[in-house]
Design a protein around this ligand. Sequence first.
Ligand SMILES: Nc1ncnc2c1ncn2[C@@H]1O[C@H](COP(=O)(O)OP(=O)(O)OP(=O)(O)O)[C@@H](O)[C@H]1O
Length: 345
Amino acid sequence: MINKSKLKNLTINEIIAEYPYTESFFEDQKLAISDSSQSLEAIFSNLTMEEKEDVVFDLEQFTASLASHIKNMQEFLGENDSIVGSLSILAGQNKDGELENYEKLELKSGEIVSIVGPTGSGKSRLLADIEWTAQGDTPTKRKILINDQVPDKKWRFTGGKKLVAQLSQNMNFVMDLSVMEFLNLHAESRLIDNQSEVVARIFREANQLAGEKFSSEAQITSLSGGQSRALMIADTAILSSSPIILIDEIENAGINREKALELLVGEEKIVLMATHDPILALMGDRRIIINNGGIKDVIETSTAEKELMQELKVLDKVMTDLRDDLRYGNNLSKISEELSALKNA
Ligand SMILES: Nc1ncnc2c1ncn2[C@@H]1O[C@H](COP(=O)(O)OP(=O)(O)OP(=O)(O)O)[C@@H](O)[C@H]1O
């Protein structure tokens, strides 16, 4: 909420610095601003009789109209979305109609939570409940709270602005654009101030995530699976206004998954990731165990498990190197020393 009395006491310069889009608002109004280092209140009290006649509003009405302009612009730009600090899941029922084994599960921004469970157990259903901000109106009867409150219905129905950004396995581009054109187009639609810096950053981060580098002039349709996933992840992390990211498994091939997750949570988002992969699951701070359609347990990743993850990464590297050797036509020889060392440990 914009505090109107605070707004009245800010100088025009301060208001424009905080809310850059108000510059055009002031220009459109017929308010005589001779000194923009004065507060709105001072400007109104110093107006001559003649100037007062030009202004349709008095101070109260003007401030109310300015506050509502700021609120609309914030909503349009998706700035309010970043205020999602917590997401809570209130217990529902499993496929047999039995109550789930918890009351309330709270996730905080900057947290990675993995979702694990057998095929068909209900992982995607949980992600869908969150995306729909379910209120007991899905088969699981779960309820979703945002910042401990029943979320505004706008999350369900607003087209452009979304609570949740989905990163799925298949990210096929259909447009015929270069990487730069694509990023600029997206950045323009988000009306950000420092477009060229942001676009350059997304491109840089995407290239760090991708196994094989790509140029900014490359056509997006010609990118490999790994390269397009890297581009979409960097784009989602940096440019998407959605405070919650749902990931349905990040495929191993062609992408640095650890860096990808770091990038996503670094932007203070809540990251939920359904996975069957132990390395990815252990990258989470917690994991939700799903069985028969219900949340059965929530396990904190222990120190021992974090250590295990380091060992698993060695195994992963061994497999990745073998795959690379295979791809580049090398003979596969003895298993790497790292693995032998691990086996003998
Ligand atoms: N609590 C529930 N009550 C009723 N139906 C449920 C419940 N949870 C999940 N289902 C249904 O069970 C089916 C399988 O669930 P879902 O697709 O979410 O499984 P999954 O764990 O994502 O599977 P996979 O690993 O194969 O992707 C879906 O049709 C889903 O709507």
